[in-house]
Design a protein around this ligand. Structure first.
Ligand SMILES: Cc1cc2nc3c(=O)[nH]c(=O)nc-3n(C[C@H](O)[C@H](O)[C@H](O)COP(=O)(O)OP(=O)(O)OC[C@H]3O[C@@H](n4cnc5c(N)ncnc54)[C@H](O)[C@@H]3O)c2cc1C
Length: 282
């Protein structure tokens, strides 16, 4: 059972960051609480003070700035799954968000909480990688921007430093003519495997491809070396190439056998689903 908690509700990034500095290890940032309260109930996090970041208006914006969609950290999965802007400028992200868990978690959980927690079994990060998304993070002293693949450091680890908040995610539109797809495999609510692909075809030949895989390694990753091998080939050749790249995928993703399936099964399915995602994006 949870002990009584103190709730602080700052309305600016500076106040939130200062509150964390004031309370130190006793405090933690709290957004939707979907992960946090579960961890606290199970005794895995011991916080006495919750700093609720949802009262900071800036973290709720969804807006188009030039060619990029900018999403505040406290925007919920459900808001993104149903956002006209997200559907128009990052359709695969909107789809991935609609697949997160169930309506309760989608209403409660936020994009920022999802990325900041960096659970390997997550959906949005994989799609965001094929958009070359970046994140803005900040504290009372200032802000900095990082590519998402630098923000994801390892399983449950990000580049956030003590007192830093994830503020927003910037998602550049895909190049003109490029389509994308996100596919997930799941036995339970969280995904066992998620793959994202984007491709630009010119007269039946791939001019540019982007691929990312999530869930079967410690963090979601772009497959840049494999992407290079798909330039100049047809869709059917590309599907054969990705299906045959198990050694490369094993080295990069380091899958393990677990209750969700054996490492060989996950690698096999990653190859098949990347090919299917490329086809859907063609
Ligand atoms: C039953 C269940 C099923 C789920 N299934 C899926 C699924 O299918 N796909 C999927 O992608 N996810 C899934 N999730 C994860 C869910 O999407 C995340 O729990 C949620 O997005 C986390 O967001 P939150 O706002 O609830 O974060 P919280 O629980 O409030 O916080 C999570 C962590 O992030 C930190 N944090 C939160 N916001 C910020 C911020 N702005 N800056 C810095 N740190 C911050 C908190 O301090 C905490 O450590 C599932 C979760 C549950 C409980």
């Amino acid at each position: 059972m949870l002990q009584p908690l103190q709730l602080i509700q700052p309305t600016t990034v500076q106040e939130a960051s200062q509150a964390l500095a004031d309370y130190g290890d006793k405090a933690t940032f709290y957004a939707g609480g979907a992960e946090l309260l579960l961890l606290m109930r199970n005794g895995l996090i011991d916080a006495e003070v919750l700093i609720d970041v949802k009262q900071i208006p800036r973290l709720h914006r969804v807006e188009l700035i030039g060619d990029s969609l900018r999403i505040g950290a406290c925007v919920t999965h459900h808001a993104l799954a149903t956002s006209a802007l997200a559907h128009e400028h990052a359709a695969s992200l909107a789809y991935a968000e609609s697949q997160v868990a169930n309506i309760r978690v989608r209403n409660q959980g936020t994009l920022g909480g999802n990325l900041a927690f960096n659970d390997p079994h997550s959906d949005p990060g994989t799609v965001l990688l094929i958009h070359d998304a970046s994140v803005t993070i900040g504290n009372a002293k200032g802000e900095r921007r990082l590519a998402l693949d630098e923000f994801f450091v390892d399983m449950y680890a990000t580049a956030l430093e003590a007192g830093e908040l994830l503020l927003e995610v910037t998602i550049p539109s895909l190049p003109a003519g490029m389509s994308s797809a996100y596919l997930r495999l799941h036995r339970y609510q969280r995904p066992t495997l998620g793959v994202a692909a984007a491709a630009l075809f010119a007269e039946g030949i791939i001019a540019e491809a982007r691929l990312a895989v999530g869930c079967i390694g410690p963090k979601a990753l772009r497959l840049t070396e494999l992407e290079g091998k798909l330039k100049g080939v047809t869709l059917s050749e590309a599907k054969r190439i990705v299906a045959e790249e198990k050694k490369y995928l094993r080295g990069l993703l380091q899958p393990v056998d677990d209750l969700l399936g054996g490492a060989d099964y996950k690698l096999y399915m990653a190859g098949v689903m990347l090919g299917d995602a490329l086809e859907q994006a063609s």
